[in-house]
Write a protein that binds this ligand. Structure first.
Ligand code: SAH
Ligand code: SF4
Ligand code: F3S
Length: 449
């Protein structure tokens, strides 16, 4: 708290872990905090309120949060008025246990209670004590007209659905995010329209499995994901539309056609395969096979020739053999993803895989991860190499991290482009010739009209 010109200022810091869904939730939490007078700060020392919006998808994610909870204890000793809350997936998973372990936490709020934040903060302000709320109505949606303090100025995250029904055997998400439920199409479109009015050029529609959008009790509803994409594509003034994540089991031909025909729908599909052998896919409960996945990719590439495909891969799932792993490398060489996020399998208690036989030793997992990354990096570089000399439409973001004279932007395929800055402003679209493609970035120069 600071008093500036006789006026009280309160500051809040929200630390975000995990996926884009958590980023999006944090934007809504910050929007609410603004309505009760909190301003954003990155300076933890001056914060009156600290929130950790947590992730529990892998053990490493949880370890980071426990480390941070420990650090904040010292701040709280110095400033007992500090309010400290835990939100997000770990809050949902651990509930009371967090406060038992670290009593300097004031409140724990579950993933479906984002819109209760101001009430809870007010209650703690008025009367100190602990509050834990991880209750969950199965069909409950977060409040639709809640204020949003977006982190970016060009690109807006727009959640279209919450939860997951897939229960992949390694994954904790369905347990901490509940069952699938979709926002009404008009609520999504209204949010996109508002973002455009505020100057956003790009939206990314978010869901754990966007292909299930609109289903009611597992059955198709009136508006499916392809319909929704077409509606968002038609919002006047929108320049680019992205979405994630797509589950391969139900990416429909209608959706492929919609993307192919779409005007602002970007040529990039994040299509996590998780593994490249049928034995592992079955054990993971992914429901598709290597063959059906390859056929799907064939249909996507036939309809959208310049599409970029990216994926997620897990190594070290229980029972994985050298043969499975070799099969996955061959699979990668055949599919040729533009890039891949690679993860070491992490045991999550409460999920079926945690009790499976044949847990893989850490050292073997790490070896395989390195081998996997080496194969994928070679492929990524070879694909990017083909872009040498081409012209790409780039949405200019601003200065790059390491050099203010070098700016960055992204192609429609979502590839990062670095270029010497001349007169571009954030939000401009420029034609850029790629001169030096690399594994992770494309370097180029702006073409003068
Ligand atoms: N709903 C999305 C992604 C959710 S989590 C999807 O299905 O694609 C993001 C990624 O984390 C997953 O794609 C998976 O690759 C990885 N992941 C999930 N659980 C994991 C675990 N227990 N260990 C390692 N990686 C995991
Ligand atoms: Fe997890 Fe599978 Fe659901 Fe993705 S689809 S969130 S990996 S259970
Ligand atoms: Fe993590 Fe929850 Fe996202 S567990 S990956 S923050 S849905």
């Amino acid at each position: 708290m600071k008093i500036i010109d006789g006026k009280v200022h309160r500051f809040a810091e929200i630390v975000v872990y995990g996926c884009q869904m958590n980023v999006s939730d944090a934007e809504r939490m910050e929007g609410q905090l603004e309505t009760i007078g909190y301003e954003r700060t990155e300076n933890r020392e001056e914060a009156d309120l600290i929130l950790l919006n947590t992730c529990c998808v892998r053990e490493t994610a949880e370890d980071k949060v426990y480390g941070k909870i420990g650090e904040i204890k010292h701040l709280k000793e110095k400033n007992p008025a500090l309010i400290f809350g835990i939100t997000g997936c770990m809050a949902q998973k651990e509930g009371d246990a967090l406060i038992a372990r670290a009593p300097h936490i004031d409140f724990v709020l579950g993933t479906n209670k984002v819109h209760e934040l101001t009430r809870v903060v007010r209650e703690i302000e008025a009367e100190r004590g602990h509050i834990v709320d991880t209750s969950f109505g199965e069909t409950e949606l977060p409040k639709q007209d809640a204020p949003i303090a977006r982190e970016g100025t060009l690109s807006a995250w727009v959640p279209i659905m919450y939860g997951c029904n897939n229960f992949c055997t390694y994954c904790i998400v369905p347990y901490v995010r509940g069952r699938e439920r979709s926002r009404a199409p008009q609520d999504v479109v209204r949010e996109v329209e508002q973002a455009v009015q505020q100057g956003y050029k790009e939206v990314t529609l978010l869901g754990q499995n966007v292909n299930s959008y609109g289903k009611v009790n597992g059955k198709p509803g009136e508006t499916d994901f392809a319909d929704l994409l077409a509606m968002v594509d038609a919002v006047p003034g929108i320049e680019r539309v992205r979405f994630m994540t797509s589950h391969p089991k139900d990416l429909s031909d209608k959706l492929i056609e919609t993307i192919a025909r779409g005007k602002h729908l970007c040529e990039h599909i994040h299509l996590p395969v998780q593994y490249g052998s049928n034995r592992m896919l079955k054990a993971m409960n992914r429901v598709y096979t290597v063959e059906s996945y390859k056929a799907l990719v064939g249909r996507i590439r036939a309809a959208i020739p310049d599409v970029a495909l990216t994926t997620d891969l897990i190594v070290g799932f229980p029972g994985e053999t050298d043969e499975d792993f070799e099969e996955m490398l061959d699979f990668l060489r055949e599919i040729r993803y533009d890039s891949a996020y690679t993860f070491l399998y992490s045991k999550r208690s409460g999920t079926p895989a945690a009790n499976m036989e044949g847990q893989v030793p850490e050292s073997v997992k790490k070896e395989r991860l390195n081998a996997l990354m080496a194969v994928q990096n070679e492929i990524s570089l070879a694909i990017n190499e083909k872009l040498r000399g081409t012209e790409q439409e780039v949405l200019v973001e601003g200065p790059s991290k390491h050099d203010a004279a070098v700016w960055q932007g992204r192609t429609r395929q979502n590839k990062l482009v670095l270029f010497p800055h001349t007169d571009e402003a954030p939000g401009d679209f420029r034609r850029i010739r790629i001169t030096h493609p690399q594994t992770w970035v494309l370097k180029g120069e702006v073409l003068r009209p």
